[in-house]
Design a protein around this ligand. Structure first.
Ligand SMILES: C[S@@+](CC[C@H](N)C(=O)[O-])C[C@H]1O[C@@H](n2cnc3c(N)ncnc32)[C@H](O)[C@@H]1O
Length: 264
């Protein structure tokens, strides 16, 4: 192969790889992983025949635990930014009369809408190689799905007429945005006075998603305070672990930093 051809084919590969990174959440394999992550039962995620470390069990149900950082009072409007396949938005509907779940991925939003309308959706769990198991994600019990609306959109360019919310939730979104500061600057307008904001971030800053210039210059907590303290009071800082199963033997175990804020 000539050098020119080699360079062209490498450039093509680099371009394809970039495209893959930006479109990762449109990948059917990632959709399956997220349906399992959000709706999978313990025995579907962790083989019951294996003695798993307690830490892995404690990392289940992340999409249920993050909205549990809101107060338990009933509120009117909630917003889940980067809602993926919708579990946290559905959970927010237990105490919010109306919830909007917004995500950039068309495929994730289609799955969330399917679940809302049909109360279940079939998906595949990858065990190894080409071995898969068919599973069903079900709408969690006790949730009025008519309270939830899903929409495809960009958290950096939210519609001007979206209005204000009593609760805003954004889990593991900030370090997937090209320009997370655009969202941080919008949050003061999105949350009603006295309203609550829950941000979860594993602080996994990667140039694949966020150019280095847009990363926090020091620690992520200080960076959040810098952009939010004018409009919000910081109520608590804690950690929540999460577990994403890739195969029967390969998992991502990560700790997300949870900050809870009240709009001044
Ligand atoms: C790491 S996942 C977290 C999903 C979910 N909140 C959770 O905790 O499981 C990041 C999500 O943000 C979405 N996302 C990425 N960029 C976005 C953007 N600009 N606007 C809205 N959502 C975005 C992705 O499609 C994906 O669903």
């Amino acid at each position: 192969m000539s050098l020119q051809l080699l360079l062209n084919s490498n450039a093509g590969k680099v371009l394809t790889w970039f495209k893959m990174m930006s479109e990762i959440y449109e990948d059917p394999k990632i959709l399956d992983e997220y349906l399992l992550f959000h709706y999978g039962r313990e025995n579907e995620i962790l083989d019951p025949k294996v003695q798993w470390p307690d830490g892995m069990k404690q990392a289940l149900d992340f999409a249920v635990r993050t909205p549990s950082h809101f107060s338990t009072n009933t509120m009117t409007r909630g917003l889940d930014l980067g809602c993926a396949v919708g579990r946290s938005a559905f959970e927010m509907a237990r105490t919010c009369e109306k919830v909007i779940g917004l995500d950039f991925s068309h495929r994730f939003i289609a799955a969330a809408n399917y679940l809302k309308n049909k109360s279940e959706v079939n998906y595949s769990r990858l065990d190894e190689g080409a071995m898969t198991v068919q599973l069903k994600a079900e709408l969690p019990e006790g949730i009025d799905s008519s309270r939830v609306e899903f929409m495809q959109g960009d958290a950096m360019y939210l519609p001007e007429n979206l209005g204000r919310f009593h609760r805003v939730h954004a889990a593991n979104l900030l370090c997937r945005l090209k320009d997370p500061i655009m969202l941080l600057k919008r949050l003061g307008d999105l949350v009603e006075k006295g309203g609550e904001l829950v941000l979860a971030t594993p602080c996994t800053w990667l140039e694949d998603f966020t150019p280095r210039d847009n990363w926090p210059k020091a620690d992520t907590l200080g960076w959040l305070k810098n952009y939010l303290l004018d409009d919000f009071e910081l109520r608590s800082v804690s950690d929540e672990p999460f577990l994403i199963r890739e195969t029967a033997r390969k998992f991502q175990w990560t700790r997300s930093m949870i900050t809870v804020w009240t709009r001044r």
